[in-house]
Design a protein around this ligand. Structure first.
Ligand code: ATP
Length: 244
């Protein structure tokens, strides 16, 4: 398996010299699902937004380190250039256009691909997320939290990304909906050969979905391993699974 993404010694500072990341290193192999775990404020969101280039919008910047994607250096590049390389971010907030219908949401983000490819990817989203198929004409602002998350994932999938970054997959969603989303994501991954890096506050969800995980604390990675290894690690069980 080849390495698709390598983050090395990444430092990020917000305005007024607030340092959020102090040397993050992680890697993601092609075709893998990888999770980032960690307490509030550990730097998980900042890491995803640095990879996708969106930290510029948060008045933050990379001060040191590198982000290599399939051999190309992406640190400090603007988001539109990073998107063109095939990286799609599903953000924690403002995931959909609330005044557009479900179908219009998919149309606006996939408008760059030609008609046949666009239709194929939209069909794939509706097949894997049948709820969205039934809600094509519904305004996105009226969707439930779970449906909105499915639309956000669908909006990333129609861009045919080589790497999908998902910030807080399960936050605020009912366990039964999370279960549904996890199963849909697994089958889409198999169909499309997607690579996914996700931030997940529930270690149980992360370990069910991901092959590997990185644990962050205070702006750095403190632990990494396969989901099976981390799930049986006492420190991880105590901190994140409540089953020490
Ligand atoms: P959470 O789970 O609470 O979202 P996180 O692990 O995603 O936490 P980040 O949101 O990346 O952590 O925050 C990392 C650090 O950067 C924190 O100390 C936070 O206060 C700081 N930070 C985040 N966003 C900003 C901002 N816009 N301006 C200044 N500091 C920020």
């Amino acid at each position: 398996m080849s390495t698709l993404l390598t983050v090395e010694n990444l430092h990020v500072s917000y305005q007024r010299a607030i340092t959020a990341l102090t040397g993050v290193s992680l890697s993601v192999d092609s075709g893998q699902i990888v999770a980032i775990l960690g307490a509030n404020g550990a730097g998980k969101t900042t890491t995803l937004r640095a990879i996708s280039g969106f930290i510029g919008l948060d008045n933050a910047r990379v001060t040191q380190g590198s982000i290599r994607f399939d051999g190309t250096e992406l640190a400090r590049r603007p988001p539109y250039q990073i998107t063109r390389q095939g990286i799609a971010l599903v953000p924690e907030r403002d995931k959909v256009f609330p005044n557009l219908s479900v179908h219009e949401n998919l149309e606006v983000v996939s408008s760059r691909s030609d008609g046949a490819e666009r239709a194929r990817l939209q069909d794939l989203v509706y097949t894997h997320f049948p709820r969205l198929g039934a809600l094509k004409k519904r305004e996105a602002g009226l969707l439930s939290g779970g449906e909105r998350q499915m639309l956000a994932l669908g909006s990333a999938i129609v861009c045919a990304p080589r790497l999908m970054l998902i910030d807080e997959l399960s936050l605020g969603l009912a366990p039964v909906i999370v279960e549904e989303i996890v199963e849909h994501l697994k089958s889409i991954r198999t169909d499309l050969g997607l690579t996914i890096l996700l931030v997940e506050q529930s270690a149980a969800v992360a370990f069910r979905l991901a092959e590997r995980a990185f644990v962050m604390e205070h702006g750095g990675v403190v632990l990494s391993g396969s989901s099976a290894e981390l799930e049986s690690n006492d420190a991880v069980r105590n901190a994140y699974l409540g089953t020490g």
